[in-house]
Design a protein around this ligand. Structure first.
Ligand code: BUP
Length: 455
């Protein structure tokens, strides 16, 4: 049939880490002449989310936004303090309201692409409508193995002990994973995140395909284990389509300050859109940047949700600090277009919380990473950094105990001077661009997906 009639609905979950890849997938499909219905909840948790969706739909005439009105959530039945996780639950509990939206789409839908945090709530709906269901997995291939295998081990002892042999979990087909890397809520039997994770892990295997924002340099072995039936038999195909490329319409006002800095001289510091640091750790980080003697661009966040971050930058990092570093550093509180920053030749190192999108964006532009994972899936994602050669992760750095400025400064200076690392990262960037370029593995993955959806 005609490519124009291929109509796909995309339902992302909340938070930029979920929305950004969904938007980039929508753009890739729209550029292949598919029609896209982009289902978004109202209201979104953060301002950044609503801005991005508006840009997507105004850029592509074949992408339409469909508002999904959610039922109010009874907080007494949802054990979580995380606004994004609570929003996952709100969407999940409203999922039955999707049926009329999906069945009234015209021309009729060929598939729904949804998010791993919503899959178990959405599968019964798409099954009933006999609609193909694809999952856009938003984290690393390792994290996908964990999601799929977790229901099997959920009731075993997941706590870390002093005895070395029991400190790992064994997932067939992949090397043992330290229990200390598990997202902390997975170890808490009463957490909402854990309940959702188990249900999603059980159901994701029923989807028609799982898309991963990865490519060969970012954990080819795990993708092979998944597709080879080693992690679990009879899985849907795992299709690598990454790294997603930041799009023209995501661009905001460029950080002009970067244009005035020498090539490779700037450390870019950003811990993602939902990681808040304590004031004390922020001050130590500032001290570290100053001690490193390097130039830096630092996105500071003190609150999880952007709407609540009201304090002045100077109040957060210290007015004296800002004055001392004004020749060398730029500290911002507002959103910067990270894709543009990482693509800028002035940037030589990325100090990152290891959100999966951030890792893949650094890989795309060949920027070395100094990883500082906090919680969630960040340690399991971060594993690819040393493994691929993209950078390092100082395993002793946590977020409960304050890491001192001196240590941070030393590490930054060491990495900024590491020529071998720069070469390795640049090579990964080349491979990334080859994967998404015409004829590359991820390019073919997307072409194959469109073919499959059309059948
Ligand atoms: Br903050 C920030 N500009 O200023 P991750 C983030 N981003 O473009 P997550 C900006 O948001 P968790 C900013 O490029 C990436 O695409 C960034 O996704 C973009 O981490 C996205 O890296 C952030 O997966 O945290 O979702 O913020 O790991 O806790 O889910």
């Amino acid at each position: 049939s005609d490519t124009n009639t291929l109509h796909v609905a995309i339902l992302p979950s909340s938070g930029m880490g979920h929305l950004v890849p969904a938007v980039r997938l929508a753009a890739s499909l729209a550029a292949r002449n598919c029609r896209i219905t982009f289902i978004t909840t109202h209201p979104t948790v953060s301002l950044a989310e609503s801005r991005l969706v508006s840009r997507l739909v105004s850029f592509f005439p074949n992408v339409t936004r469909q508002e999904f009105h959610l039922l109010p959530l009874d907080r007494s039945t949802a054990n979580s303090n995380d606004p994004f996780c609570l929003q996952f639950e709100t969407i999940r509990r409203s999922a039955h309201l999707l049926s009329p939206i999906l069945s009234s789409c015209s021309p009729p839908l060929s598939a729904l692409v949804t998010d791993p945090s919503l899959v178990s709530a959405v599968i019964p709906i798409t099954e009933k409508l006999r609609l193909a269901n694809y999952n856009l997995f938003i984290a690393s291939p390792k994290m996908l193995s964990l999601l799929i295998y977790f229901p099997t081990i959920a009731n075993t002892d997941l706590s870390t002990t002093s005895s070395k042999t029991t400190d790992y979990i064994e997932i067939p087909g992949i090397p043992p994973l330290p229990k200390s890397w598990l997202p902390p809520p997975l170890v808490d039997p009463s957490s909402l995140f854990r309940t959702q994770f188990i249900a999603n892990g059980q159901e994701i295997v029923k989807s028609d395909g799982i898309l991963v924002n990865a490519f060969d340099s970012l954990d080819k072995a795990t993708v092979a284990a998944l597709n080879g039936g080693k992690v679990m038999g009879r899985l849907p195909p795992v299709i690598t389509v990454g790294p997603f490329v930041p799009l023209e319409f995501e661009k905001g006002s460029p950080v002009e300050w970067l244009d005035r800095q020498p090539v490779g001289s700037v450390v870019y510091v950003c811990f993602g859109n939902r990681t808040a640091a304590s004031r004390e750790q922020i001050r130590e980080l500032g001290d570290g940047l100053e001690r490193s003697g390097c130039r830096f661009l630092w996105v500071v966040k003190e609150k999880k949700v952007d709407r609540e971050d009201e304090e002045e930058v100077g109040e957060i990092v210290g007015h004296g600090f800002l004055e001392r570093v004004k020749e060398k550093g730029l500290v911002v509180k507002s959103w910067v277009e990270q894709g543009e920053v990482l693509a800028h030749p002035a940037v030589g190192l990325f100090l990152s919380h290891c959100g999966w999108n951030s890792i893949t964006e650094a890989a795309l532009y060949g920027v070395p990473i100094l990883g500082w994972p906090q919680g969630g899936d960040q340690k399991i994602n971060g594993e690819v950094i040393p493994k691929s050669g993209l950078g390092i992760w100082v395993e002793t750095w946590g977020w409960e105990e304050i890491v001192k400025g001196e240590e941070i400064g030393d590490k930054i200076r060491e990495m900024m001077g590491d020529e071998k690392l720069k070469v390795q990262a640049a090579r990964i960037g080349e491979e990334a661009r080859k994967s998404v370029g015409v004829g590359g593995s991820s390019y073919k993955g997307l072409e194959g997906l469109v073919e499959k959806m059309r059948k």
